[in-house]
Structures are given as C-alpha cells and as structure tokens.
Write a protein that binds this ligand. Sequence first.
Ligand code: NAD
Length: 499
Amino acid sequence: MTLHQAPGTPGSVLTFRPRYDNWIGGEWKAPVEGRYFENPTPVTGEVFTEVARSTAADVDLALDAAHAAAPAWGRTAPAERAAVLGAIADRIEAHLTELAVAEVWDNGKPIREALTADLPLAADHLRYFASAIRAQEGALSQLDEDTVAYHFHEPLGVVGQIIPWNFPLLMAVWKLAPALAAGNAVVLKPAEQTPASVLHLMDLIGDLLPPGVVNVVSGFGVEAGKPLASSPRIAKVAFTGETTTGRLIMQYASQNIIPVTLELGGKSPNVFFEDVAAARDEFYDKALEGFAMFALNQGEVCTCPSRALIQSSVYDSFLGDALERTRAIRQGHPLDTATMIGAQASNDQLEKILSYIEIGRAEGAKLLTGGERVDLGGALSGGYYVAPTVFEGDNGMRIFQEEIFGPVVAVTRFDGFDDAMAIANDTLYGLGAGVWTRDVHRAYRAGRAIQAGRVWTNCYHAYPAHAAFGGYKNSGIGREGHRMVLDHYQQTKNLLVSY
Ligand code: NAD
C-alpha cells in the first residue's frame, strides 16, 4: 500500500523549497558566490530542488555566527540545553511522516526504515544526551590536608561536523546531540548527495535554537568540507565517511592540533556457527533474517554485514535457506510501506555497485542471486535500483576486502572456531560484526576475538543511544553513542587549589 505522495504533489505531507540557501546565524543566507547545484531524487532520478554550492567564504560566515553564539550557549545550565534537545526531539516526532518522506526523497531508502528506525532513533539520541548532560558530574580530589583538585567540564567552543549520505538525518542528529548537550556551537556540512532532508529539518527546528548555535553549510567535499575541516577556527572536527577521506581530515586537523572523531568504512563479517541449524525454529529464522540484513538500507550502511561466514557442516542447507530469504526481500517504490529495499542514494553509487558486481564475476566469484540493476517501470525507471546480490567466493577476493556499500554480500565457508576468527579478522576494517550461535560460551569467545568496535550476538543492526559505537583499525577513531561521547566534545579543566 502506498500511503504517501511524492513531495510537492497534491496530498503530500511535504513540499521542499525549490532552492535551499545555507542556514547561518538562525536564517537562510544565499551563498556568497551565488552558485547552486541540482539535487536529484534517487527514487526517480529527477531533480527536485537546488542547493547552495558553498565555498570557504560561506564556511567563514557560518564560523562567525557560531563564534558569536558559542560563549553564551556554553554558559547555559545543562538543564536549559537539555530542554532544547528535548524540544527538538518532540518536534521531530510531531513531524515524523513529513521528515520520513523528506529522507526517502533525498536518499532513496524505504519509508518504513525512516519511520520505524532512523527518526525514532534520532529523537532518542537527543533525549539520551539531554539526560546524560544533566547527569554528568564533576570531580574533586583532596591531595593533602590543604590542597584540592577540581575537575571541570568545559565546552570546546565551535566544532565542525561533516556527514555522509546514507543516513542523512540520523547522522546529523548523532553528531549534533552530544555536541550541543556539551555546550558547543556547530557548523555542519551535509553530504552533497543528500542535503535536502537536513536543510528541511532546519526549517522545522530552527526556531528552537539560539541563532548561530547550529549552522548548516551545504556543498561539495573539497569546496566546502575542506575549508571547514582545515579551519583554525574550529576546536574539533567530527567526520563520518570514507576511510580515504578520513585520512585527509586527520591531516587537516593535525595542522591545528585539534581532536578528530572519525567514523569510517567497514567490511563486517557475519559468522554463522553450525549449531544455528540445530533446529528449524524461531532462532533459525532470526539467523536467516540476520543474513538478509546485508540489504538493509540498500546495503549503504557502514556496518553492512557484507561478508557472511558459514560453517562447512551446514553450509549448503543454510545458504539455500538464506538465498530463499534474500529473494523474498521486497523491492519497490520507496514510499510504499511494504517496500523493504529502495533506491541507491546516487547514480555514482549505483555505478560503483554495478562495477563491483563485474569485479566479482571477473575474479571468479560465483553469482548466486541478483547481480543486476532493476527497472521498476513507470516513473521509477530512472531511479537507482539494484537487486539484492549474493556471491560465493574466497576472502582474498576484492569483493570480500573492499567496501562496496550496496546490497551485495560475499559468502564463504569455515571449518572450526579459529578458522572463523582468522577469516573474520582478515580485513583492514573493524567496525561491526555478527555472531550467530546457540552456545553462550562460543558467543562470548567470538565476541571477544573479533577485532571490531561493535559485535552483535544473535542480532544485527541495532543502534541504541547508550551503546558506544565506533571502529577498530581503519574504521575510525572515537565513538558515537554512549555518554562517553560528551568527553569527546569537552575540555577538562583542572583547578588545583591550595587553601
Ligand atoms: P565521503 O568520504 O565521500 O564523504 C563524506 C563527507 O565528507 C561528505 O559530506 C563529503 O562532502 C565530505 N568530504 C569529501 N571530501 C572531503 C574533503 N577533502 N574534506 C572535507 N570533507 C570532505 O563518504 P560518503 O561516500 O559520503 O559516505 C560513505 C562512507 O561513509 C562509507 O565508507 C561508509 O562506510 C562511511 N560511513 C561510516 C559510518 C560510521 O559510523 N563508521 C556511518 C555511515 C557511513
């Protein structure tokens, strides 16, 4: 059933602005050079709005506004900041359908994901950090009879945040919530592929924040992202995106000796031990569902379980059932609530995925299902749809080692526990992993042995606000989620007093 109309058409809950300027100092400001770029929807391939093509001059204006706002915002009581975050969460929930349609139109994801996962999670992160900042305590240590050390938390000041296109609204909120809770002002740059939903969010929540506390500057990586990340006027840069870009961000930050948070790529192993198939029960069904998670959000997830490792003794039967489950993933109009997989976020991404499918074939991997672009007909013919794709091969192949960021899983077999762990860890990345077993001892050992920041055990793709999330190895530095992130956005002041 299609519940929602395309933005701007009769009956739709949402109309985008035909043109978006930058959100700076609490108002819309045209880009200094007066240039805009076109933003197509992945759903149909048609342009639906145009967006400011910002340069260093726009970043400077945003930094001016942020610096003007930061001191007063940093001095507000935690309870006051918590109230603002709570109000933003309320506003997101009050406009849930509208924001979900915005996200679908900008990114191509199925609306059920936006409605049931991305946006509720965003609201929950805001509330979590609102509570965390109120619960944060300072510390005092008595050094001797007359000497006391006080530890204070202070905001960093103005921080730069740069986000990717796969979860535009959720990524924005993940970054904004702890930064604002800790008392910082922010300049945020959304990805050039998906700027519209974040800009629409500012239309909805802009009045809740003091002018200049949040500024959104859109544009391309080198033109707008680099001036932000390399500015001597930011006290920290938080970045989510590709590992290659993360290296550049670290280089920029090193010039200014500022901290970085990097949430980068992944090639996550999903390990299925033989006892999963001990019975054809609810647990077995859940494991099959866990396998099919590679297609969630069209595979455009940094923790996409893009490598499935299945124990040899149950390999053929489990893989057979997993393929059946994969073929049942319903692809369709992203605004249709029954749709499980929508459109890839951009034409470039579509091309990249198709090229990796060719690479897989060329290096001798066996294509078991999918492997092609999908034409959904009518207006959707111009959209960027790919069939969920399963390859079988060897962990040394490029499709096992390189991040495809699409609905493609590469499957291989293992013999025993050590073999499984060796294959799981044979990757440059270390972001996510899945372990499926009925044996609690094996689950624990595997969870500890896999070198990744998040190991889901008998579940996958859950992102609660209180659970720290981030990468080992080339997958990044720092964490998101969990109250520890407040420390990433604060200075520690030590006041040593001799009475
Ligand atoms: P990307 O690195 O190409 O771009 C990310 C952002 O960085 C965009 O806003 C872009 O404009 C900007 N950017 C590009 N070059 C820049 C430069 N030189 N200086 C400053 N900014 C620059 O990544 P992407 O293709 O948008 O996103 C996909 C990647 O993000 C994947 O690798 C995925 O794994 C990763 N990702 C990681 C997480 C995580 O939490 N670890 C979450 C989501 C996505």
